[in-house]
Design a protein around this ligand. Structure first.
Ligand code: GDP
Length: 198
């Protein structure tokens, strides 16, 4: 898929206020600092469409971007901030939960994990919750430029093994990316384009 246009539409904290256009939607989510903004900018080839996090925890909103006038890319707040208060965490959890359970246009989530890290309970629990609620998702391993090819393979294998030894019968769909090198860009965009043309 070629990106012909990528426009910011709106930010909000309630699913009821999200854009009503009945076009397919893909949501990106992950722990703070995982590289989500960089990935969104890399996918859309826009330097600062998504704000890279100078201060993690600042952008606690649902951000909609309209891509090629026919799908929405959604930048969801990062989770797992140490510095966010309990009250803010609860509010955040409530509207993110509501977003995933109620957003009819949502086709798939992309759950970002840093390829260098071993599986973290917060990510595994979140994916389990998506599974329990029949919300499709793919894993996006980020920052692959930080590892050598054999280490990339080893990390991905180990991550997926943890999942299949846990609650998952099959390893989920996954992408290996580097925003620095634009790795994984064609794969993710082709995947989105393919579902959209079905
Ligand atoms: P966010 O908080 O998930 O939106 O993360 P950011 O996109 O702001 O990235 C967090 C940090 O990781 C920044 O210092 C980025 O420069 C760095 N980063 C993000 N993606 C990559 C990548 O693909 N490779 C490398 N080497 N660094 C990255």
């Amino acid at each position: 898929m070629k990106i012909k246009s990528a426009d910011f539409v709106m930010s909000n904290s309630s699913v009821a206020s999200c854009p009503s256009d009945p076009i397919p939607e893909y949501a990106f989510i992950g722990r703070s600092n995982v590289g989500k903004s960089s990935l969104i900018n890399m996918l859309t080839e826009r330097k600062s469409l998504a704000k890279t996090s100078g201060r993690p925890g600042k952008t606690q909103l649902i951000n909609h971007f309209r891509i090629n006038d026919n799908w929405f890319l959604v930048d969801l707040p990062g989770y797992g901030y140490a510095r966010v208060s309990k009250k803010d965490k609860k509010t955040f959890q409530k509207y993110i939960t509501e977003y995933f359970l109620k957003r009819k246009q949502l086709i798939s989530a992309f759950v970002l994990v840093d390829i260098r890290h071993d599986p973290q309970p917060i990510d595994l629990n979140f994916m389990e919750w998506l599974g329990e609620n029949s919300i499709p998702f793919a894993i996006v391993f980020t920052k692959s430029d930080k590892l050598k090819p054999n280490a990339i393979e080893r990390q991905v294998k180990a991550y997926l093994k943890t999942m299949t030894e846990g609650v998952w019968e099959e390893a989920p769909l996954h992408f290996v990316t580097s925003s620095l090198k634009s790795a994984g860009r064609d794969e993710i965009l082709d995947y989105i384009g393919q579902i959209n043309s079905d």
